[in-house]
Each structure stands twice: as C-alpha cells, then as structure tokens.
Design a protein around this ligand. Structure first.
Ligand code: HPA
Length: 278
C-alpha cells in the first residue's frame, strides 16, 4: 500500500470533485458511526459516491456508506462526508485525512466532526451528546500523527499549534444552540485511540485518570489536519455506550449503531442551530 498522499494526489482529487460541484461548500461535516442520517436533510443535495474519486479511501465498516452529500443546510453550503475511514481499516493516516485536505482546498473553513464514543465520565449515559472541548491524541503520542512525513507547506507550518484545537466561539454557539433546542449538552475531553479492539477495563481506568470523558477510534487525525490548515473546528461525541471500567459488561458495534438513532435527532438540532448562527 502506498504510504503518504502527496500534494499532487490531493490536487487530483480536488480537480475531480470541483469539476462536478455546482456550489462552493463553506462548512464541512463528518458524520460518525450510526449518525449518518443528518445528511438526508440536506436540500438540493448532490450525492457523489466516493469510489468515483481518485485516491479517496473506501470505508469497509458497516454503518459508513461512503458518499459526499453537497448542498444546503439552514441556508449554508455544506459538504457532508457520510462514511469516514479509520486507521484500523488499514489505511495510512494521510489517507484517513485526505477528505479534510480536499475540503480545505474547496473552500471549507469550518469543520464539524461527530463520532460515536464510549462514555468514560461516570455521569454520562448512552444517548448523551458531548461537546468536545479538547482531545487526547493518544494515537499521535504513539507515532500515528497524520502530519508525519514531508510538511505540506501549502496548508500550514511544520509544527502547528494545537492549544485551541476546538474553536471556542463555535463551542459557545453550540452551547447556545443546545439550550435553545432544549437538548442537554455534555462537555469533555475525547480520547482518540486507533482501535479496532475496544478498551480493556485497565485501558479505561487509565484514560479516566488521564482526564478523558469519552473514547473512540476517529476524529483526532481529522482535527489535527484541519488545524494544520487553520480551519475552525467544532466536535461532538455521541455517547453510544458506557465505558466499562470494571469489566462487568461488554461493548458491541450493534449497541453503537442503535444509540445513533437516539443521538442523531439531538445532534441535528444542535448542528442546525449552529449553522443558522454562522
Ligand atoms: N470505545 C471505543 N470506541 C467506541 C466506543 C467505545 O466504547 N463506543 C463507540 N466507539
């Protein structure tokens, strides 16, 4: 497998997509496992199966359909990715994050990311929505950072700042939107692991001590690349299951997909409010 996506390959993907787009997207949305249905309410939607695009990594996971939906949500031009790929599928980190590079080059400057996550914070319940205020880049600490390799100077610096990975003013807008929609919004730190195995109870106790409130297998690479390109980022975890610090219950992918059905309408209300306020 080819290891690192080059600037030229990014440009090829961008050209192929631009040739088909009838609008310029401003807001990028990446939908996590079981949270795909938000894309169904995009109006004037243009749907592009990602397998028709050069270099685009194809999802292998149930619940990720692999298409771009471009159109308007709350009168904002959006580009929604249904079906991100994950590192655990065997792709290189630069492939996992190609969609962010492409969105950036097409003009997207606000990125909204969602994921399904285990709730580590003992106050969280399955079905909750958590505003991501920061993340633990655990995969990155182990050497799996998507910015490893030649720096793409066109996008950003060799050593990008990550002190405010999640945009504070967008977070304020999200809090206000949740309040107006009557949706309880939790807040916390997302721990990004590579997966695909779920965590052991010892892993989870470690993450809890390290300050994590939710845990999942995505998002951090995309946010890292988005910040490299100075995009403003807003992130949400849908809490699909309670992380089980004492090993008394098991976590399944079915559980994650089922919780998505409860979480999606809440996230949709919050995200619509944010889009209206942008
Ligand atoms: N752990 C990791 N990833 C997840 C989980 C979890 O408990 N739930 C949904 N994605």
């Amino acid at each position: 497998m080819q290891e690192i996506i080059t600037q030229q390959e990014i440009n090829e993907t961008v050209s192929a997509l631009r040739a088909r787009l009838s609008i310029t997207p401003r807001v990028g949305l990446i939908l996590g496992s079981g949270l795909n249905t938000l894309a169904d309410s995009v109006s004037g939607a243009q749907i592009i199966p990602v397998r028709e695009l050069p270099h685009w990594p194809l999802s292998t996971v149930m619940g990720h359909s692999g298409q771009l939906v471009i159109g308007a949500l709350e009168n904002k031009n959006v580009m929604v990715l249904q079906g991100r790929v994950h590192y655990y599928e065997g792709y290189h980190m630069s492939q996992v994050t190609l969609p962010i590079r492409v969105m950036h080059k097409l003009g997207v400057d606000v990125l909204i990311v969602t994921n399904a996550a285990g709730g580590i914070n003992p106050n969280f319940l399955p079905g909750d929505v958590m505003l991501i205020t920061d993340h633990l880049n655990l995969a990155g600490m182990m050497g799996l950072n998507p910015l490893i390799g030649p720096n793409l100077d066109e996008f950003g610096p060799r050593f990008p700042d990550m002190s405010q990975a999640y945009d504070r003013s967008l977070a304020d807008i999200a809090r206000q939107s949740a309040l107006e929609a009557g949706v309880t919004l939790r807040e916390g730190v997302y721990a990004g692991l590579s997966g695909p195995s779920f965590e052991t109870p010892a892993d989870l106790r470690f993450l809890h001590m390290a300050g994590a409130d939710s845990v999942g297998m995505s998002t951090v690479p995309e946010v890292t690349v988005a910040r490299h390109g100075n995009m403003r980022v807003l992130g949400f975890s849908g809490i699909s299951n309670k992380a089980n610090l004492d090993g008394s219950t098991i976590t399944t992918h079915d559980e994650v997909m089922e919780a998505g059905r409860v979480i999606t309408p809440k996230m949709e209300k919050i995200i619509r409010g944010v889009l209206r306020a942008l």
